[in-house]
Design a protein around this ligand. Sequence first.
Ligand code: NAP
Length: 332
Amino acid sequence: MQLSTCGFNGIQPFQSNALNSINPAPDTCKLCLPTTSNSTYPPSKMGPKTVLITGCSSGGIGHGLALEFAAHGLHVFATARTVSKMADLELIPNITLLSLDVTEASSIAAAVSAVAAKTGGTLDYLVNNSGSNYAMPLLDVDLSKARAMFDVNFWGMLAMTQGFAPLLILAKGTIVNIASVTSMMHTPWAGVYSASKTAVDFVSETLRREVEPLGVSVVTVVTGIIKTNIFANAQVEPLPGNSYYSAAAKEIHAMATGDHDIKETLVGDYAKAVVGDVLGGKTGRIYRGYLSTFMSIMPEWLRDHLASSGKGLDKVKSGGVPMKRISVGDDS
Ligand SMILES: NC(=O)c1ccc[n+]([C@@H]2O[C@H](COP(=O)([O-])OP(=O)(O)OC[C@H]3O[C@@H](n4cnc5c(N)ncnc54)[C@H](OP(=O)(O)O)[C@@H]3O)[C@@H](O)[C@H]2O)c1
């Protein structure tokens, strides 16, 4: 085999070899094409359609989507930071496991090379699903933790989109971004998470217009409440001792841990609906999961009223504002 200039040389972080039946792999990867005269570039589109999904750890939305796309006969590149967290997927012949951290440029580049080498330089669907949660009053938010969350939820989605764009453009493919119903309401204690998902929604819908001339479609999945590990995986921080919001500590903790009585859609049901929409050719915003459609037709004042109720704001108000959070001009 002729050596590729990128250094991957077909040795990729694959956990499965089930892709050999897809488009014949070229002698080189997408990042250094074209380097060989016998490369299959542009690629043959004879094989099954391909989809790459971020954040496929067991129990989450990505995992459910991987199973559902695979059931529809696509070849799935299921990715996660820790491959062992999606080990069960390896048993499915048309799923290939890849290690991928969406906050690491080198990890994204390696995934692009790995996919391109196996598909001949194309990808039909990219699902930007990875995400993390962080609940805290805005006045108490640890900015480094909030930035780290934005790195996963928002910048990671954009970096993945940029990295895989050449493959998606060749395939005239589709980008699917997992947004959230939280963008439609201003929920106390969820400000930074909701902001990150609102950024996802905004960029996704803007991207849809920008990539349309390139032949690429975009779907923004406004996701309702789904039973996953998102709260178990979340950073749950205690309120700072001098927080103005100590009176609502119980409600803030409940928000951070997902301790609520709200109905949740099962991952499998959500995944069936989303994959049906995506493979059916829907583009733009789609609403899936408990409360998503309902929220979209509710007036904003009602959404905000519902979002604020039960959050302990009344306790904060009736407790009065604590004396002094910091000392200013203390002459004593
Ligand atoms: N559950 C809901 O009610 C709901 C509602 C609206 C929107 N969403 C969105 O749905 C998406 C999936 O969330 P989920 O509910 O399925 O939660 P989840 O079970 O916690 O899954 C999140 C996935 O993202 C991965 N991830 C975290 N940081 C990553 C990184 N740096 N690089 C790559 N992957 C990373 C996690 O991997 P690890 O296992 O390694 O942490 C996990 O696989 C998120 O974007 C979330 O905002 C969820």
